[in-house]
Ligand binder design. Structure first.
Ligand code: ADP
Ligand code: ZN
Length: 218
């Protein structure tokens, strides 16, 4: 199964991606995670990307597209893959199309998480991430058993730099001006599936499993 998760920041893409990839053994590729890793390791790409990320702006297309095309070429994607947070511009979508044509691996589906703005704000301001394994928590919706500590690996939970209110507002603006048009782009290719990003994790997971089964994707 070859999927893209599309939607505003805070729609729950990362959380849903983690459960879906585990269930179906898909390779999870999140440009946000890859970029945060690059920043942490002070790579040339990370150093370039940091300022954009801190402002909530998009990192230049060439940087993120290179990260993804490299992974698609080098990693085992035989069971399928899931792209989460990529593509985010029409240019990125076109680069992806071209790379997938070369690999003869067309996308099966783009799942669009339609999400209310109030859900987005609550999710992003309360989001906490494990510094060691990247697992996503939320202070009230998905609390860890011990405050500030990851249930899985006992790592320290932190709030992302860009999950502060001012930056969140800019990320939503950027989504509306640069990413939203991808809904029409994929609709025109007849591979768009809209779901509600307002549902909780398990509810949405079972809706998705059901629709994947019904359409013969799994
Ligand atoms: P969210 O979906 O919550 O906004 P991500 O982790 O996907 O968070 O992205 C965090 C930041 O990383 C973005 O605000 C942007 O600066 C950068 N980024 C991630 N993916 C892309 C992409 N495909 N193109 C450009 N910038 C990206
Ligand atoms: Zn952890």
């Amino acid at each position: 199964m070859k999927l893209v998760l599309l939607g505003p920041p805070g729609a729950g893409k990362g959380t849903q991606a983690a459960v879906l990839c585990k269930e179906y053994n898909l390779l999870h590729m999140s440009t946000g995670d890859l970029l945060r890793e690059a920043v942490k390791n002070n790579t040339a790409q990370g150093i370039q990307a940091k300022a954009y990320m801190d402002r909530g702006d998009l990192v230049p297309d060439e940087i993120v597209a290179a990260m993804i095309t490299e992974k698609l070429k080098n990693e085992d994607v035989s069971a399928g893959f899931m792209l989460d947070g990529f593509p985010r511009t029409k240019k990125q979508a076109e680069i992806l199309d071209q790379a997938l044509i070369e690999l003869a691996m067309p996308l099966d589906r783009v799942v669009y998480f339609a999400t209310k703005e109030e859900t987005i704000l609550t999710r992003l301001t309360g989001r906490r991430i494990c510094r060691s394994c990247g697992r996503i928590f939320h202070v009230t919706n998905i609390p860890s058993k011990k405050e500030g500590i990851c249930d899985g690996c006992q790592g320290e939970l932190y709030q992302r730099n860009d999950d502060k209110e001012e930056t969140i507002k800019n990320r939503i603006k950027v989504y509306n001006s640069q990413t939203k048009e991808l809904i029409d782009y994929y609709q025109a290719k007849n591979i768009l599936q809209q779901v509600s990003g307002d549902m909780d994790v398990n509810e949405l997971f079972s809706v998705l499993k059901d629709t994947f089964k019904k359409s013969g994707l799994i």
